[in-house]
Ligand binder design. Structure first.
Ligand code: ZN
Ligand code: FE
Length: 258
């Protein structure tokens, strides 16, 4: 099983370091900043053998050019945003697969437009590198795509196996859970997640990853077809909602206004 470690960066980003645990060669996911990665490598005696990029936002790629100068390695990134990002050696898109031999792992690329239009996620060996598409108990804001697009992207991620560990790009979980409980005050799984996450954060530990099994129980943005979530979104909208994209959109706007 792959090991995935968090390097906290900027105010609330995580740069994920993927390794086998018994080799010094690692993949670095979404390096929004260089310095914390350099420190982490030095502290643990690691070397970068690949970079994986999910989307073009600065808090995910801001450290890439400077890391490449001292730690050259192949860069995988979204084909549709490669020109914007620069330094992408392998332009990948949904349905593509590639193998990183140093990890003994094959990655499947999933298109998840919505937060940005070219946003991709990487899935391998029960590990989902989700960028700003899916967080624990939440999802990214819809900046470039439509609500329908984002809902369809999340449906694609929701179809992955329940035991998938979800590594999103931000520590937003406590705020996400506060919103989740606003939508579903009677959902006991959300209460349990709040206790779990509060304990992790009090201990200075990341609340990520979540599992897809848990996400399906607590994340309102994956629960458009749950009766309680649909009813809550309908009450909020002031009319009966049925369409998944519309339910998602009402929830997204509701959270953005919170
Ligand atoms: Zn972003
Ligand atoms: Fe971000």
């Amino acid at each position: 099983m792959l090991k995935v470690n968090a390097v906290p960066a900027l105010s609330d980003n995580y740069i994920w370091i993927v390794s086998t645990g018994d080799s010094a060669r690692v993949a670095v996911v979404d390096p929004g900043e260089a310095a914390p990665v350099v420190d982490y490598l030095a502290e643990h005696g690691l070397e970068i053998a690949a970079y994986l990029i999910t989307h073009h936002h600065g808090d995910h790629v801001g450290g890439l050019a400077s890391l490449l100068a001292d730690h050259p390695a192949p860069v995988y990134g979204p084909a549709a945003e490669a020109d914007k990002i620069g330094n992408i050696d392998h332009r990948v898109a949904g349905g593509d697969r590639f193998t990183l031999d140093f990890l003994g792992a094959t990655f499947e690329v999933i298109d998840v437009p919505g937060h940005t239009l070219g946003h991709i996620a990487y899935d391998t060996d029960g590990v989902l590198l989700a960028g700003d598409a899916l967080f624990r108990a939440g999802c990214g804001r819809v900046f470039e795509g439509t609500h329908d697009q984002m809902q369809q992207s999340l449906a694609r991620l929701r179809a992955l196996p329940d035991n998938t560990r979800v590594y999103g790009g931000h520590e937003y979980t406590q705020k996400n859970l506060a919103f989740a409980t606003t939508v579903e005050p009677d959902n006991a799984a959300i209460g349990a997640a709040i206790a779990d996450v509060d304990a992790l954060r009090a201990g200075g530990r990341p609340s990520l990853p979540g599992t897809l099994a848990e996400e399906k129980r607590i994340n309102p943005f994956l629960r458009w077809d749950d009766d309680n979530v649909r009813a809550a979104a309908s009450r909020h909208a002031g009319r009966e909602l049925d369409d998944p994209g519309e339910i998602f959109g009402v929830l997204r706007d509701w959270k953005d206004a919170n």
